[in-house]
Write a protein of this length. Structure first.
Length: 482
């Protein structure tokens, strides 16, 4: 179906039994696990999906691992991070988890990927963006992380590391202690990478779990290179160029892809993507230098679709940008439940354990927790009501996944609704709860991946089937939150 030669790297000259997967993946030498999340990186803002983008390190990891061709997330940062860490749809925790939010997204004590690894004897770390409870009393160290570093709040100024003006403006921290001066003057991508490299290279007697949540390529886009005292702005002598653009590495990749883009705002996004990719290359180099590469599982995803337009002036040195992402071959963008807002680049890479190929079945970031739990043979004391499923057999053994539905709602005052089942997807925009099948639009994603043709009128039986599935999912949101 996806990778006809996948099993060769797992077992040579032996018949393969699915039941043997646990013994292949677990054992005395437990793997390190590195989860990398980029921010607002759309499906077309990565090289392996778009040759205009220069991301050689990400492309190599994807090419030598399993690329998730149909990988889904939530429409915005906080909901996706809830789904990643808990394996559950964010609506299960109440409406505060359904959009970017500075309050606690889920209660302390909720099982998370980090708490699983900590209970399993791992050293656990977060580097980068948290945004699941932006005050120290709800920080990551209360949710399974031994140590954390970066921003408690969401997007920040890339060089001064401060959030929007207000009570949460000071947010750059180490283990919930705000850092005096915010480490001003160094790009956030570089600070987070430096911290991650130190974690990887440190010798310890236990494996590590590292959640590496980059702020890039979220706005504000600011790529100053060595000119750290000069925020990115148009060159006064040439408005189609950025100041110092010719002398900043991130605008000038070796293949000239970025400079071949005529739109300066798109070039700025491409520069941010190149900078992010270079950082990920440094992470991989650190794994190689420390002898840990062969026993490290890497998972990568963006948190949602592209921003596309941004009004500016929300953060320090925050430019107004228009149509600055690469064009998508699908409808929608960040905040949408159309494909462009929720269908993002993602892959898994583990040398010698995962063979190159493509997983074409549709999967969701809610699947990562149960999948990692399966790999770890983790047995929680109490059952966890995951919405995700274990996809390890699809990754490691090329087994097809059973069809199941995927479900989206967005906004604290919910106004976007969707469910996918097989090739079919129902979508509704508007605050009225979709209580009957007639409320939905219907699309066949196999025949109509750009969601142009609403075929609800000609397939009422399909709409009715998906609506019933939606009601089951929605009922779980409306139960008492656990």
């Amino acid at each position: 179906m996806k990778r006809p030669h996948l099993l060769r790297s797992l077992i040579t000259g032996m018949a393969f039994q699915i039941a043997l997967i646990p013994s292949l993946l677990r054992g005395a030498d437990r793997p390190n696990v590195l989860v990398i999340i980029s921010d607002d990186q759309g499906w077309a803002d990565i090289g392996y999906n778009n040759p205009k983008v220069y991301t050689p390190n990400l492309d190599t990891l994807a090419r030598t691992g399993v690329t998730f061709i149909n990988h889904y997330v939530m429409p915005q940062c906080t909901p996706t991070r809830v789904a990643l860490l808990t394996g559950r749809y964010p609506g299960r925790f109440g409406t505060q988890a359904l959009q970017a939010h500075n309050g606690p997204a889920f209660p302390i004590g909720t099982p998370t990927i980090a708490s699983m690894f900590k209970q399993s004897g791992y050293a656990t770390f977060l580097c980068g963006k948290w945004h699941l409870g932006c005050s120290p009393k709800h920080g990551p160290n209360f949710h399974g992380f031994d140590h954390s570093y970066g921003s408690l709040a969401g997007a920040i100024g890339m060089y001064d590391h401060r959030y929007r003006e207000g009570p949460l403006s000071d947010t750059w921290h180490r283990d919930h202690q705000l850092i005096e001066g915010h480490e001003n003057g160094v790009h956030a991508t570089d600070l987070v990478t430096r911290e991650a490299v130190d974690i990887i290279e440190k010798k310890r007697d236990k494996p590590f779990f590292l959640y590496l949540a980059f702020h890039a390529v979220h706005t504000p886009l600011d790529e100053r290179g060595p000119f750290v005292d000069q925020p990115t702005k148009p060159d006064p002598n040439n408005p189609n160029r950025w100041i110092n653009e010719d002398r900043i590495k991130w605008f000038n990749d070796p293949e000239g892809r970025i400079q071949s883009e005529p739109d300066p705002e798109k070039r700025l996004l491409l520069a941010a993507a190149y900078h992010l990719d270079h950082a990920i290359g440094e992470i991989v180099d650190a794994l190689e230098r420390s002898g840990k590469r062969e026993n490290t599982l890497i998972l990568f995803s963006s948190d949602n679709g592209p921003q596309v337009n941004w009004g500016g002036n929300a953060y320090p040195d925050d430019l107004k940008l228009t149509d600055f992402n690469q064009p998508l071959p699908m409808k929608g963008k960040k905040l949408d439940v159309w494909e462009g807002g929720i269908h993002v680049p993602a892959f898994a890479n583990w040398p010698g354990r995962i063979s190159p190929g493509e997983l074409t079945d549709y999967v969701h970031i809610i699947d990562w927790f149960p999948t990692l739990a399966s790999i770890m043979d983790y047995q929680p004391e109490e059952s966890i009501p995951w919405d995700g499923i274990d996809i390890s057999e699809a990754i490691f053994a090329d087994e097809p996944l059973e069809s199941r539905d995927l479900y989206w709602i967005w906004n604290r005052r919910i106004n976007r609704w969707a469910l996918r089942y097989g090739d079919w997807k129902i979508v509704k925009y508007g605050r009225d709860e979709p209580t009957h099948a007639g409320a939905w639009q219907l699309f066949n994603l196999k025949n109509d991946p750009k969601e142009k043709n609403n075929v609800a009128a000609t397939h009422p039986e399909v709409v009715e089937t998906l609506h019933k599935r939606f009601l089951v999912q929605r009922s779980k949101d409306l139960q008492k939150h656990k």
